[in-house]
Structure formats: C-alpha cells, structure tokens
Design a protein around this ligand. Sequence first.
Ligand SMILES: [Zn+2]
Length: 218
Amino acid sequence: MEQLAKAERLDHFFEQVKSSPINRRAREFLSYAAMSQETEPYLLNTQIVTMHPTAEAGMPHTRPPNIICMPKYYPEERREHTLNHEIIHIDQRNRRYKWDAFFEREGWKRISEQDIPLRWLQRCRMNPDTIDDRFWAWQGRHVPLPMYERDDRPDLRQVSIQWWDKETGIRQSQAPLSFQQRYGSSPSQPEHPRELAAVELARIFTTPSDIDRYLNSK
Ligand SMILES: [Zn+2]
C-alpha cells in the first residue's frame, strides 16, 4: 500500500481534519500528495517522502509509523537540521511511554480534549506530529492552545499560542512565568511539549543516541 494511505490508517489525521470545519477550511486549497512513490531512507529507520510544496502549507512533518514528509524545494541548508527535528517526532510516537515519562518529569500533565472549552478547542490547529496526543498542561494547569488567528480565513501558518489556565478559566497570550523560566521568554513552537523538546534536542543532535542521552539527562 502507498505510504501515506498506510499512515492515514494508523493516525486518521485527515479523517480528523475533515471532521473539524476550521481545520478543513485551512487546507482547502492545499494539495496533500507525495510527488513520487519513491522514498529515501534516513536515520532511525525512517523514510523521507517528498511532498507537494503546498502540503501542510509547506511545513515538514511526520506520519506514522516512520515517515518524514518534506516539501519539495525545501531549502538545502536547513534540510539536515529539520530532518533531525522530524526523527525526534517519529521517536516520540514510537516510544511514547518513554517520552511521556520525560514530559511528566519536566512538569507536564496530559489532559483530555473534552476538558477544553469547545469554543476554543474548535479553533485549534491540528498538527500531524501531535494528533495522537494533542493537549498537555504545564504544571497540570496551563494549557497551550495553537489557535488560528482568523476563524473566517484560517491559515495553517497564522496561528498564535493562547494559554488557557484550567483553574481560573482565563485565556491569554502570555505564557506563565514558570514556563518562561524553563523555556525562555519566547521559545519557538511552545504549542506542545513534543515540539519544545524536538526544538531543544535538534539543536544539540548529532547522532540518534543523543535522544536517549537527552531523555536520561532530566
Ligand atoms: Zn515539530
């Protein structure tokens, strides 16, 4: 079976996109397709699939079990760094127990979709790298929500992180102080602990064994 079709059977990503009006509209004019059936092997048994340049608005991403989707014409000078970020996502899905324990040690707690007020949940961007485990609360309380800036014209690249405080019900764009103390005042991709970890680890990544070194260091 074709790689992306196989991935869809595992994560149901587009099935979920279709059931969410704002996520469906954000992808209305994008073409989610592989440019060819050929794949290129990469580290940790992954396979790179070259995608149509508009797939997920040209953002590299992963699909299960081991597929890295890279847009065609991706800048060569950023390629290796990005691939290393992406294999971390593959590992996060494949060794979820290990990553979950790590996130918990860092101070995150998983929360269920049903806990999020529907009016905000409905405006959150779906991300293939986190679709199987979408929401986590920093210190069990502060939940980053990747919300489309415009609900009339949703754009995958126009998303801002809103912090929902489960305890007070307040939603604001400023991250809590304790989060800033851990990750800095403006980390890239604060939307999810998987993204924060992938960004942090890709910076020091030279070989796959660095993943375990990182996980065991905290
Ligand atoms: Zn990522």
